[in-house]
Design a protein around this ligand. Structure first.
Ligand SMILES: O=C(O)Cc1ccc(OCc2ccccc2)cc1
Ligand SMILES: [Zn+2]
Length: 261
């Protein structure tokens, strides 16, 4: 469903009040993926994912989303193959979601929103010494996007959901020391890929996006658990953490490739 105009009159979180367009930006994210306009690329390899669950560190409410962060000081949790020329190290994953089930994802497929979208953020530690430097380079980051749709309860996600009340407020953190995020990635190998950007400041054009075709299923209670988080710190007037997605950006001179026919 398309976002109703009524949403546009709601207060917008400061994050998305900032100039939503980057002057001179030619590869901004998110975008609508028009399935019929995507081009099958037979040279795209299967994506290789190997995460070490013991690299998981903590969950942190940063006031925009909740991040599950990983120890990225070695190559223990990495992805390789797919459209990538190097292996990339897992740094964190987080979600974007809506106040209602009719919207919430950042990317859309044929103009359809999903209720939420998972982003697994990786950086090119082969070419760059730190994540912060990789964020500034065209081939610095690789983000796997996974759509969430309403359906059965997701067992693997539940362990994460159970920890969320401990990070209700902005700038709270809880230790979270064994989690394998590959349980959140669909078994179907099909994906779209395109050159894009961060969808939160600094909005730099440094992301190779890898968007999985198949969504994962989560249930209403799990989505509601996301929506009880707060943008605000303890003691401030409460603002529910919902609709933390950036508006769609122009495709401009880009082609979305598919790994499948
Ligand atoms: O997943 C996304 O939405 C893309 C995305 C990827 C990385 C990212 O990092 C933010 C960040 C940038 C520089 C320093 C610290 C944090 C922010 C957003
Ligand atoms: Zn994101």
């Amino acid at each position: 469903a398309l976002m109703p105009d009524s949403l546009n009159h709601l207060p917008v979180h400061p994050l998305w009040q900032s100039p939503l367009t980057i002057p001179g930006g030619t590869r901004q994210s998110p975008i609508n993926i028009q399935w019929r306009d995507s081009v099958y690329d037979p040279f795209l390899k299967p994506l290789k994912i190997s995460y070490d669950p013991t690299t998981c560190l903590h969950i942190w409410n940063n006031g925009y989303s909740f991040l599950v962060e990983f120890d990225d000081s070695t190559d223990r949790s990495i992805i390789d193959g797919g459209p990538l020329e190097n292996q990339y190290r897992l740094k964190q994953f987080h979600f974007h979601w809506g106040a209602m089930n009719d919207w919430g994802s950042e990317h859309t497929v044929d103009c359809k929103f999903y209720p939420a979208e998972l982003h697994l953020v990786h950086w090119n530690a082969v070419l760059y010494p730190t994540f912060e430097e990789a964020v500034m380079e065209g081939n610095g980051l690789a983000v796997i996007g996974v759509f969430l749709k309403l359906g059965a309860c997701h067992e693997g996600l539940q362990t994460l959901v159970d920890a969320l009340p401990a990070v209700k407020h902005k700038d709270t953190v809880i230790e979270f020391d064994v989690f394998d995020p590959s349980c959140l990635i669909p078994s179907c190998p099909d994906y779209w890929t395109y050159a894009g950007s961060l969808t939160t400041p600094p909005l730099t054009e440094s992301v190779t996006w890898i968007i999985k075709k198949q969504p994962i299923e989560v249930d209403e209670n799990q989505l509601e658990a996301f929506r009880m988080l707060l943008f605000t710190s303890d003691g401030e007037e409460e603002k529910r953490m919902v609709d933390n997605f950036r508006p769609l950006q122009p495709l401009m001179n880009r082609t979305v490739r598919s790994s499948f026919q």
